[in-house]
Design a protein around this ligand. Sequence first.
Ligand SMILES: *Cc1c(COP(=O)(O)O)cnc(C)c1O
Length: 363
Amino acid sequence: MGAAGRIHNFGAGPAVLPLEVVTEVAESLPNLNGSGFGVMEVSHRSPAFQEVIDSAMDRMRRILSIPDEYEVLFLQGGASTQFYMTALNLMSQGGMADFLVTGIWAKKALAESNKIGDGNAAWDGSENGFKSVPNDDEYSIREDAEYLHYTSNNTLLGTQFHHIPDSGGKPRVVDASSDICGAPLDVSEHALIYAGAQKNLGPSGVTVVILSPWAASRRKGGLPTMMDYHTHISKGSMFNTPNTYGIFVLDKVLSWVERNGGLEGAIQRNVAKSKLLYGVLDGSEFWRPHAEEGSRSMMNITWRLTDESLEPTFLAEAAENGMGGLKGHRSVGGIRASLYNGCPVESVEALASFMEGFESRHG
Ligand SMILES: *Cc1c(COP(=O)(O)O)cnc(C)c1O
C-alpha cells in the first residue's frame, strides 16, 4: 500500500491533493497533534479541534487577504446548497437578482434563486455552447437587482473570468468552487464568495463561505435554522457538528499553499501548467480546444480531438500510461484535464508528452 501506484490524476473533483498533504493526514489519523485522539475521533468541542479550525480560518484569511470585517464559514452541503442559501439569505421578499449564466452551475444557481424571488439571466452563453464568458459591455444589470451572481471558473466547460465582472454597482456573489486559492480573487470586491472544497482546497463535505458586512447584514427572520448564515456566524461554524476531518485536511492544504508561495505561488504554478497544455492544443489541428481564447480556464482545460472517434482510444491509452480522470463531462464530451492546485507540474508534463506521442502515432 502507500503512495506507490498513484496515477497522474486529472479528475475534476474530488481532485488530487499534494502527496505531502495526504501523507501528513495519514499520520494524524491515529493521533491528532499528540492529543491522543485520532482526527476522525475527536470532539469538535475539544481544544485540539478548536486549534485546527482556528488555524484553517486564519490561513484562509491570510491567503486570500480577507478583510477583517468579513466572516469566514466552513459549512456542509456543497456549493449546491449555496445556490439556494445565498438567494434565501440575500434576496428580499420578492426581490431581484441577476446572473451571468456561463455554464451549468450558474444555471442551477439561477434556478434556485427563482424559488425565492425574481432571478434573471443578465447574460446566457448557452447558444454559443458556453465557449466564453461575457465582457462587461455584453450585458446590463437591472436597476432593481439586489446583487449579481457569477461563476468565476466554469468547471465543466473550461472557461474562466479573467476580470471582475461589472455588476452595475451592485454587490457581487461568486461561486468560486473550482478556482478559489488558485486564481486571483479580490475579496473586497465581493459581497459573498462560496466554494466547495473538493477541487482546490481539500476533500468534499466542506464549503467555504466568505461574507461581507453587507451580506451578513441581510438578516431575515424566520429562516430555517441551518439555512440562516447567522446561525453559523454566531457559533463560529460550530452550531452543529462540522466536518471535522474535512476542515483538518483543508487546514493542511492551506498550510501547503502557504509554504509554497501563498496565492501568488499557486497562481504562477497554475498559469505555467495551463500554458504547457494549451501550447500542445494550439500546436496542431489534431486538437480542438473548447474555450475561446480570452475565456480559457487555467484550472479545467477542455478539448475535443478533431477526429472525435479517436477520443475513446485517447482515454484508454492515457489510462495505460498512468493518467486518469480525463474524460470530459457528459454535457460537453471530449477530454478535460483539471489542473487544480494539488496537480503537480510533473503530471502536466507527462500529459503533454503523452499527447505529442499520441498525435504522432494517430495523426
Ligand atoms: C463542483 C462545483 C459545484 C458543485 O459542488 P457540490 O459541492 O457538488 O455541490 C458548483 N459550482 C462549481 C463552479 C463547481 O465546480
